[in-house]
Design a protein around this ligand. Structure first.
Ligand code: SAH
Ligand code: TMP
Ligand code: ZN
Length: 407
């Protein structure tokens, strides 16, 4: 295969096997036509980008019935309020009325709502029509399109150049990142800023949180990779801010080279990445072994629970859980159902392994013995909410940073 960024010839370092669309919750009539692809991660030792060999077409993942709504987590609502305030305080200067902020992957408006409220000029670019429709309810202007150089050119024609191009949990979804960089080059004012955050490679390697790897996440970034990806388009990293969200993320801030001061965190974090070996192929061989250990441990705990006659249900039908379930071969024989608060997922079946997804009431009205926390990235929020389950003897299985039973 060729590296998606620099075209260097590379090879996958492991395979998670045959995978369905991670957010493709389905009905029994759809089982026979379910789409599968090979989930094979690779590392490019030239541009240092972690990537997938194969990815389903974006239109197969992002459409008018996309299942992920950002507002399902209260913590994330607060997170985006803080993110927006931080952008305003640190990266937007001048009169609010003259400013223009564009967000890629604005989903249900969870971030841009905070700009709309203050009358700041904004535009969301969001191809999934159903989530974009939700954003309109919060006064968020949304263009239902994929962001690419053509979209950027059209925005400039209609609205002019932007002060900031912002994003969260979407850059890592976009296979043509070179197109995003070109689009940013067109869209941003000379002193404009490009800010995005995504699940962080350093956290994934440290915690063996291999469930970050699924169809949508065609890249998992490090600062070393991001610097290399955007440099050919005249951008440089000017700041890096580690985040707790999604099990460990990184916020990347870039500007045109020389346009803005570079903070010390850029060299510091890049040095930390080198000491963690994120630039070395052998790190990924070790990660592969850790994934195999994690899989064996999880399957053995679930089999033990089953043998003991204990009821196990999944908590949160996350996109991440699709990788765990399919890689580990965990089906309805080991997990009775998965509880999820998202209406569009309920009464459907999980991709590939076809475990039923049920509303949260099924969980709260008839507690199982054990809950497997697929939404581990929301652990603090969920533990707070589920004190009663734990108090009456309910146990939790979590699989990061290692597989263990809590409670
Ligand atoms: N920013 C939100 C949503 C993340 S999910 C959050 O952090 O919660 C990723 C979103 O990006 C989806 O809503 C998807 O439809 C959208 N998306 C995918 N590819 C895109 C592209 N090329 N341009 C703009 N949005 C895209
Ligand atoms: P995410 O990990 O991609 O953010 O998805 C989280 C999923 O978990 C989403 O489908 C909503 C679900 N969820 C619950 O069912 N209950 C909860 O308390 C939380 C926080 C999430
Ligand atoms: Zn490369």
């Amino acid at each position: 295969m060729k590296c998606r960024i620099c075209q260097h010839e590379i090879a996958p370092f492991m395979s998670f096997g045959r995978m369905p669309i991670a957010n493709g919750f389905l009905t029994p009539e759809q089982f026979k036509d379910e789409y599968f692809f090979e989930l094979n991660p690779a590392f490019c030792d030239r541009c240092l980008t972690f990537q997938l060999e194969e990815q389903p077409a974006p239109e197969a993942m992002f459409h008018d019935h996309y299942a992920f709504f950002s507002r399902t987590s209260k913590f994330m609502i607060t997170h985006f309020q803080e993110y927006a305030e931080w952008v305003c305080d640190h990266h937007l200067t001048g009169d609010g009325a003259g400013l223009f902020v564009v967000e890629i992957g604005s989903n249900d408006g969870i971030m841009l709502e905070n700009f709309a409220k203050h009358g700041i000029g904004h535009l969301g670019v969001e191809p999934s029509a159903n989530v974009a429709e939700e954003a309109r309810k919060y006064g968020v202007n949304t263009l239902v399109r994929f962001f690419n150089p053509d979209t950027a050119a059209d925005i400039v024609t209609e609205y002019g150049q932007a002060d900031a191009l912002i994003a969260a949990n979407v850059m890592c979804h976009i296979p043509d990142l070179n197109g995003i960089a070109k689009g940013a080059e067109l869209l941003l004012k000379p002193n404009g800023v490009l800010i995005f955050e995504d699940p962080y490679l350093g956290a994934m390697i440290e915690k063996t949180s291999y469930d970050q790897i699924y169809d949508e996440h065609v890249f998992i970034f490090s600062a070393l990779a991001v610097a290399n990806i955007f440099a050919p388009y005249g951008f440089e990293l000017i700041d890096l801010l580690p985040q707790h969200t999604h099990g460990g993320s990184m916020r990347y801030v870039l500007s045109r080279k020389g346009a803005r001061p570079v903070t010390a965190s850029v060299t510091e974090i890049m040095a930390t990445e080198k000491s963690a070996g994120l630039h070395l192929p052998e790190t990924y061989q070790k990660f592969r072994k850790n994934c195999e250990i994690s899989k064996a441990d999880l399957v053995s705990i679930l089999k033990r629970e089953k043998a003991a006659g204990r009821r196990v249900v999944g908590y949160g039908a996350t996109s991440k859980s699709t990788t765990i379930l399919n890689y580990c071969g965990i089906g309805p024989d080991l997990i009775e159902y998965i509880s999820d608060t998202t209406p569009i997922k309920q009464h459907k079946f999980t991709p590939g392994m076809h475990i039923p997804v049920k509303p949260y009431q099924d969980f709260s009205e008839n507690y199982p013995d054990t809950a497997l926390l697929f939404a581990w990235n929301h652990q603090a929020e969920i533990m707070e909410k589920e004190k009663a389950f734990s108090a009456q003897g309910g146990k939790w299985i979590v699989h990061v940073p290692e597989v263990k039973v809590l409670g």
